[in-house]
Design a protein around this ligand. Structure first.
Ligand SMILES: *[C@@H]1O[C@H](CO)[C@@H](O)[C@H](O)[C@H]1NC(C)=O
Ligand SMILES: *[C@@H]1O[C@H](CO)[C@@H](O)[C@H](O)[C@H]1NC(C)=O
Ligand SMILES: *[C@@H]1O[C@H](CO)[C@@H](O)[C@H](O)[C@H]1NC(C)=O
Length: 745
């Protein structure tokens, strides 16, 4: 209002406009009627200073500006549109756009910007569109966009983003479309998309995702369109997409071999599903996805045999418009599934007789023109999708001769016993290597040599007990290492010195007895460590300190008798600590103090806890989002009032003693808008009652005054809620479990 008023005043002053005309920079073109200035492709090294003050649109495309200093646009405060494409921009200094409170469109595409600092975008309080496409961004820090409360479109396509941390888009209250296409994203933190209530469309196509970020996506309850095409995902599991408003889902050009028929049941409004160009041979009917009206399966090696009959019958009955051309058998090649007669869809050939699932001998998509394609005998290679598969072929030696563009190699369930030096020659593009359940006992030095691009290495379910330091020599990009379900009795030491990028380390279900001082030496980039299900009795005070970036630490199902407080020092980013199912009887003062500033999720369930000190949680506060305390033997809990940011709290199966000492807890629960699950365990007459509803407190001093001030209808509502099921807590834990499960096996 004030803005447009002053603008009116300025334009009403005719002399001001004439003065403006005189100020046009010599090499620019100024249209003073439209208040538009263009200085295209002029090798300008800075923003010209003589631009008319009343200018609203400034086009500086194709210059050579490199740095935008603070306050660069202060002389032209009426700008609404600013275009800085192709300006060789490298740096945007603090306050660069200060004063541009009217700017609604800012285009910074095709520059060399590597960092966005929070202060870089200061002052852009009206901005609606921000284009950062084609820059060099590798990481975005939470808060970078927090000033942009009016933004509705953010384009971060074609950058080098690998990881999205929690709350990275915080503050974008009105954003409708977030474009992250053509990056290298392979990890999305579970809260990365938290706080985006208006988001309707999310584009994540052309990234490196190997599994669906189910939990992160579930935060997007209003999003109607999701683009995920061109990610190397092989499998969509049950309930993989949990998005309440989703209507259009694009899963094209991935590497899908299987889609669970329950994959989308948690997205009840799904209308259009695009699966074109995948490796699907058979699909089960998606009967529970009742709003589905369109499905596209072109470019899949669909086998129109009896196994596709249920799908065909379903699509006819549910009136789904399905584009499903058959790839085999030969007689039906190219025919639309809907035009076949069910009775003609037979299961004859020996290849398909034995098992209902697709046989590996199914036709390749593009046999012609691809004669040079090589593939070891007995394996299937799909050069179009850069996948090679020799799962469960009884192999005893790693085969040679895969297509050199292979990105995913699946060798699960063979019998290799040992991986010798140079087992994977000329697989320079390999990103993901599956060696689960291969009876491997030994990794020789140089076993993975030459796998320069390897990011994911799956060695779960083998018999490895030790690893030679040099085993990982030559695979420096390795970020995800799965060594769970092996025979380790200690952390394989020195493993990290050759793995500078290790991000996630899975060692659960081994027989590790303790964590010692230099176990994690060199693990400076490590963020997630999984040690669940070992025999750990002790964590030495400096065992974790080399992993300074640690965010997630799972120590559940071990033999710890106390919270390893001392070992948590020097972990400023730790946000998730799981200690469930350890024999910890007692938690003392300040047990979590070293990580109190960062901790968000704390698992203390099923410990057999008998005593928790009143100051056990000191330091923890509004940051804490989930607290699991269920299934313990305590009969009261410390004061939880400072936990104002809780989203999940579980107090089930704790034998609360419902007397007046518990009144503060009861009061706290009354005010809380969450399901808590607390039940009285004693005294006998109230056993089994919900703490929230129990009458046990009515005679306590102070009860009446408190109640009098509360509105009656609230109580009724609370009752209905407490009685209904299923519980939110349980659901969200399940989701969490799924989030960490990364592969089909
Ligand atoms: C811009 O600078 C480059 C090299 O410095 C030169 O080749 C080019 O002719 C200049 N273009 C203009 C429009 O001045
Ligand atoms: C299915 O996808 C293919 C490939 O993008 C496209 O050519 C075709 O028109 C689509 N079919 C329908 C019915 O939209
Ligand atoms: C290998 O591990 C499996 C289970 O992980 C176990 O049953 C088997 O005995 C082990 N074999 C050897 C030779 O250690």
């Amino acid at each position: 209002m004030w803005g447009s008023l002053s603008l009116l005043l300025v334009s009403a002053l005719f002399p001001a406009r004439r003065a403006a005309a005189e100020r046009c920079p010599r090499i620019c073109i100024c249209d003073n009627i439209k208040r538009h200035v263009m200085c295209l492709n002029k090798n300008l090294t800075e923003v010209p200073i003589t631009i008319p003050q009343v200018t609203q649109k400034l086009d500086l495309r194709g210059n050579n500006i490199k740095i935008i200093p603070g306050g660069a646009f202060l002389p032209i405060p009426y700008l609404t549109h600013l275009n800085l494409q192709r300006c060789n921009l490298e740096s945007i200094e603090e306050g660069a756009f200060r004063g541009l409170g009217r700017l609604i469109y800012l285009n910074l595409a095709s520059n060399n910007i590597a960092f966005i600092y929070q202060e870089s975008l200061d002052g852009l309080s009206s901005l609606q569109q921000l284009i950062l496409e084609k820059n060099r961004l590798e990481e975005i820090k939470p808060g970078a966009f927090s000033q942009l409360g009016f933004l509705n479109f953010l384009n971060l396509g074609e950058n080098f983003l690998v990881y999205l941390p929690d709350m990275v888009f915080q503050g974008l209250q009105l954003i409708k479309w977030l474009r992250l296409s053509h990056n290298a994203l392979h990890v999305i933190a579970t809260e990365a998309f938290a706080g985006l209530p208006a988001l309707r469309r999310l584009s994540l196509d052309y990234n490196e995702l190997q599994s669906l970020p189910t939990e992160a996506l579930s935060r997007l309850s209003g999003t109607t369109r999701l683009d995920l095409g061109h990610n190397p995902i092989t499998y969509i599991s049950e309930e993989a997409i949990e998005m309440a408003s989703l209507k259009q889902l694009f899963l094209d050009n991935m590497a899908l071999q299987d889609v669970s028929h329950k994959a989308f049941v948690k997205s009840p409004l799904l209308h259009t599903l695009d699966l074109h160009n995948n490796q699907l041979q058979v699909l089960q009917p998606l009967t529970e996805t009742t709003h589905l009206k369109k499905i596209n399966l072109t470019g899949n090696p669909v086998v129109c045999s009896c196994y596709m009959r249920p799908f065909k019958e379903w699509m006819e009955k549910a009136r789904v418009q399905a584009d499903v051309p058959c790839a085999s058998p030969d007689a039906f090649r190219g025919e639309q599934l809907e035009l076949l007669r069910s009775v003609d869809m037979k299961c004859g050939g020996p290849a398909l007789e034995a098992e209902p699932l697709p046989s590996p001998a199914a036709p390749r998509r593009k046999p012609e023109g691809d004669v040079k394609t090589k593939c070891p005998e007995g394996c299937t290679c799909s050069p179009d999708f850069q996948h090679s598969n020799c799962e469960n072929r009884g192999l005893r030696k790693i085969p040679r001769g895969f297509p050199t563009n292979t990105q995913l190699l699946d060798l699960r369930r063979n019998e290799f016993h040992s991986i010798s030096k140079g087992s994977f020659p000329s697989l320079k593009k390999l990103v993901s290597l599956h060696l689960q359940s291969c009876k491997i006992m030994e990794l020789q030095p140089g076993a993975f040599q030459g796998l320069q691009k390897l990011v994911y290495l799956y060695l779960s379910n083998n018999n490895i007990t030790a690893i030679d330091k040099a085993a990982f020599d030559g695979a420096p990009q390795l970020s995800y290492l799965y060594l769970d379900h092996n025979g380790f009795t200690r952390v394989p030491r020195g493993a990290f010195s050759l793995l500078p990028n290790l991000f996630s380390f899975h060692l659960q279900h081994n027989s590790i007895r303790q964590l010692s001082d230099s176990d994690l030496a060199g693990a400076g980039q490590l963020r997630w460590v999984y040690l669940s299900g070992n025999h750990i009795t002790r964590v030495s005070p400096r065992a974790l300190s080399p992993a300074k970036m640690l965010e997630k630490l799972h120590l559940d199902e071990n033999l710890l008798q106390e919270v390893p407080t001392g070992s948590l020092r020097g972990l400023p980013a730790l946000s998730e600590l799981k200690l469930s199912k350890n024999p910890i009887k007692c938690i003392g003062d300040g047990a979590f103090l070293p990580v109190a500033k960062s901790l968000q999720h704390l698992y203390l369930d099923s410990l057999g806890l008998e005593q928790v000190s009143a100051r056990a949680f000191v330091g923890l506060g509004p940051r804490l989002k989930s607290l699991y305390l269920e299934n313990n033997k305590i009969n009261n809990v410390p004061d939880l009032r400072s936990f104002t940011g809780l989203e999940v709290i579980n107090l089930r199966d704790i034998p609360f003693h419902c007397n007046c000492q518990l009144l503060p807890l009861r009061r706290w629960i009354d005010k809380l808008n969450l399901r808590v699950g607390a039940t009285c365990g004693s005294p006998a007459e109230v056993r089994g009652q919900k703490v929230k509803l129990s009458a046990a407190f009515q005679s306590c001093p102070g009860w009446r005054t408190e109640k009098a001030s509360r509105a009656r209808p609230n109580m009724v509502k609370a009752k209905i809620k407490a009685d209904s099921s299923p519980s939110k807590t349980r659901r969200s834990r399940k989701a969490q479990g799924r989030g960490t499960k990364r592969s089909k096996a």
